[in-house]
Design a protein around this ligand. Sequence first.
Ligand SMILES: Cc1ncc(COP(=O)(O)O)c(C=O)c1O
Length: 277
Amino acid sequence: VLQHLLQAFGGPGRTAFGFGPTYSMYPMLTRATGASYVAGTRGVEFTITPEDAATQIEEAKPDVTFLCSPNNPTGTPLGLDVIESVYAETEGIVIVDEAYQEFAPRDSRSALTLLPGRERLVVSRTMSKAFAFAGARVGYLAADPALIDALRLVRLPYHLSALTQAAAIAALRHAPAMLAMVDDIVAQRDRISATLDALGYEPFESWTNFVLFAGVDDPAATWQGLYDQGVLVRDVGLPRSLRVTAGTEDESTAFLDALASLGAGGAHAGTTARAQG
Ligand SMILES: Cc1ncc(COP(=O)(O)O)c(C=O)c1O
């Protein structure tokens, strides 16, 4: 879906923009169309204020702006006021990527509520996360009919197979069953955050199904120390940080126990079994 949008609105001479750190595919998908990518910045604990967002957008003047809501890889919620501010400041397309929105609090408002009257706004989602249906490769978006027509101009005739569409329709019909795990995952996410805090780490607020946490003395050694105990987390390249995805209660417990066993601040180079050879 994001690639399709960039095929229509990216391309040589155009610029796409995102507030980093954010989803690592935005720059890659952008550059694949010959457009250039500009990385903006975030403030305290990866948040963005409407004022700062407007200033950065005014300077970058992007043709396409990505707003990841909530943000990957940090989990940070994004206020609708930031979306309004960015939209008002740019003359380009604004894509709100709600890949993880199903994990946000039930009473939080989707950017869908901002669509009326904003013909350059796009809200995209995927079945890969909350629907646990990544293998089907189904994403979707909502936008003004004129924008959808523009996408049709660059759409390949065979972009989504009939079988995939049938699977997606069946998944939608069974949405309550497909989404049944969401509440459990959210409970585990919050338990992981609380336990990380108690262990002396600094978990960042998350509205997704993962938790980014700082306070890791040696992320590479800690990643290895967890891996050696059968737990796979993500080192997303942020200083002193790792990202863990919430799973079942047993999986989350396995992660927390493994991390606790590494001691305060995690493993240190030379102290893991692998590093000791
Ligand atoms: C923020 C964000 N947007 C979009 C996607 C795309 O997911 P998919 O290509 O599986 O639909 C992902 C997947 O990791 C993501 O993290």
